[in-house]
Design a protein around this ligand. Structure first.
Ligand code: NAD
Length: 277
């Protein structure tokens, strides 16, 4: 495959570009994921709360692509309604596998720290047990802030393989990226295109896109790849699904990278993980 991969801290290879399916209804997920697989994506990012694991699984099965060429991520929805226990985590994991129609996932993530309930250490330990069983090739977290990661590392023997966080040129997450680098945690960017809003109309991005004969979305995704992030753009439009995958035939130069570094303005599009519960 032409998609570069990064090596996670347990040796598992993860493609740097994947396909995200948040907000894709279950009955549209099969078509969208099939389109993505046909375009060449091999990594798919879903979650229990997206309620499209069934539709996603159907596309994986119908593709005929060998299981070991796919990289499937799903996430535990550790909702505020209960305090999680080993048993409830294992139950939810089994439910996700059944919906996906898989006997293992490549990556299982805790969707949010929900730190006020203080049960994420229990979840992390249970995830380690799932990884041990081989039913997740790697386990990690999502939306963990520095304090949450430090606590996991200090109090369990687990260093998450991945932290999937909001990250795009307007929100570059320097502190977390530095912490990840120190601990060997891969940085995965959600809303990598800034949800297709202001970022794609930014004049600096537009100038760089014109210079390379590329689109704004391609420049932003290329920036993620060259920055060392994993990116999982979402689209249900076939032409955009293909456009977003076609980012390996050009390279941003130092001047481009410096200009994009200057776009970091602290704009968070999603919830603040310290407050979200
Ligand atoms: P994104 O940055 O991928 O933007 C997607 C939107 O951008 C599309 O809906 C479309 O409107 C637009 N778009 C896509 N391609 C385009 C193109 N080529 N040209 C112009 N516009 C284009 O945002 P996202 O969907 O929020 O994030 C991507 C994925 O990240 C999700 O599908 C999901 O898998 C994951 N995610 C995870 C979390 C989390 O809490 N872990 C939160 C949000 C998203």
């Amino acid at each position: 495959s032409k998609v570069p991969s990064i090596t996670l801290n347990n040796g598992v290879e993860m493609p740097q570009l994947g396909f995200g399916v948040w907000q894709v209804p279950d009955d549209e997920a099969t078509a969208a994921v099939s389109e993505a697989l046909a375009a060449g994506y091999r990594s798919i990012d879903t979650a229990a709360i997206y309620e499209n694991e069934v539709g996603t699984g159907k596309a994986l099965a119908a593709s005929g692509i060998a299981r070991d060429e796919l990289f499937v991520t799903t996430k535990l929805w550790n909702s505020a309604s209960e305090t999680w226990t080993r048993e409830s985590v294992l139950r939810e994991f089994d439910a996700s596998l059944a919906k996906l129609g898989l006997d293992y996932v490549d990556l299982y993530l805790i969707h949010w720290p929900r730190a006020v309930r203080e049960d994420y250490l229990t979840i992390v330990r249970t995830f380690a047990e799932i990884a041990e069983s081989g039913r997740a090739k790697a386990v990690g977290v999502s939306n963990f802030q520095p304090a949450h990661l430090e606590r996991v590392i200090a109090e369990t023997s687990v260093v998450p393989a991945v932290n999937q966080i909001e990250l795009h040129p307007n929100f570059q997450q320097a502190e977390l990226r530095a912490l990840h680098a120190r601990h060997g945690i891969a940085t995965e960017a959600w809303s990598p295109l800034g949800q297709g809003k202001d970022l794609l109309a930014d004049p600096t991005i537009g100038r760089i896109a014109a210079k390379h004969g590329r689109t704004a979305a391609q420049v932003v995704l290329r920036w993620h790849v060259q920055t060392g992030n994993v990116a999982i753009p979402k689209s249900v439009t076939p032409s955009r699904i293909r456009e977003n995958f076609d980012v390996f035939g050009f390279e941003l130069d130092d001047e481009d990278l410096t200009a994009i570094a200057g776009l970091d303005n602290g704009t968070r599009l999603g919830p603040d993980p310290d407050e979200f519960d």
